[in-house]
Design a protein around this ligand. Sequence first.
Ligand SMILES: *Cc1c(COP(=O)(O)O)cnc(C)c1O
Length: 388
Amino acid sequence: MANSDPDLAPDTVVVSAGRPAREHDAPANPPLVLSTTFHETRAPEPGDRIYGRMSNPSWDPFEEALGRLEGAALPALVFSSGLGAAAAALSLVPAGGTVIMPRHAYAGSVSLATAEAAAGRFTLRTVDIADTEAVLREIDALPGSPAGMLWLESPTNPMLEVAETARLAGAARAAGALVVTDNTFNTPLLSRPLETGADVVLHSVTKYLSGHSDVVLGALATSNPALRERLLAHRTLHGAVAGPFEVWLALRGLRTLAVRMERAQANAAELAARLTGHPAVDRVRFPGLPQDPGHERAKAQLSGFGAIVCIEPAGGLEAAEALVGAVRLWLPATSLGGVESLIERRRRQPGEPATVPESLVRLSVGIENVEDLWADLENALKASQRLS
Ligand SMILES: *Cc1c(COP(=O)(O)O)cnc(C)c1O
């Protein structure tokens, strides 16, 4: 691959990484290869392409680019979805070990770990990840061998709790546990967990990395060759492989990640400030607000506050439903991280835990004009107060 200069800034790497070699008449962008099988003119050797469940030339450029963005020594691995990647990551937990997971981690990750724990694979302990002392107590209580895994997600989804990630990762590693960090909300532009103690970084590429709400895809990155071998073997044997077109689209989306994040974050910060103290809003959660409980940690640990804002409208569940029903520009839909702004009352999703307030509305702020977003939201807030 071309352009692997290690000194380039991340907002350059998203544009330059994973391009074909600079040869006369070579394409400027990687071609889309749909073939499921590859010419075999001799007996296959390790590293050969062989078959489409084992490798595909259209995975390589994205895997190279994401590995570099995360500061990994090795290319990332793409999976058919974020949860496919999560299943591979959880496969690293030794039988009989313990998984410590934020109770407000992505609900699908918690459901998957709960199911595996119920099947007897490991013990699951869910924690308030912002409560450092409580998490350290759980880490201290890990059995010596096999220890298990600390799962980090910070800020959490949708409660936006911020963990002391480096401290917790250090303690977990000292206890012999693996550390997996779900970096979906931050993207590698805001946080590079491998540099602060994570063994494996997970992405739902479905969200910011691809960025247009038209691809379901996941990825894992690690600098540890033995772990990467095991994750690759899991992908090949369990078959949660990505379609070449999805990965091609994700790389196309990745090219604009830096400008999308910049705009979405600026919009989110502006809307969070305007929502704070608004008579139709009881509570705003956004780590960028100085009064937010996660603000100081987020400021110290992240290069930006992200573009997810959660609000609890005055008037509870009915007001939240009315708000979501009254928007005209914002899209009432689940998911996040696309160019378009999405609004969702999270407890509509059956997997969401009861500790998430019934009235909590998650805003995935997109890249539209902020005045248009505000006008629509303010009108809908007014309507929510009349109807509730
Ligand atoms: C969406 C999401 C996932 C799951 O990814 P899929 O691509 O939907 O399988 C995992 N973690 C976080 C934080 C997410 O937002």
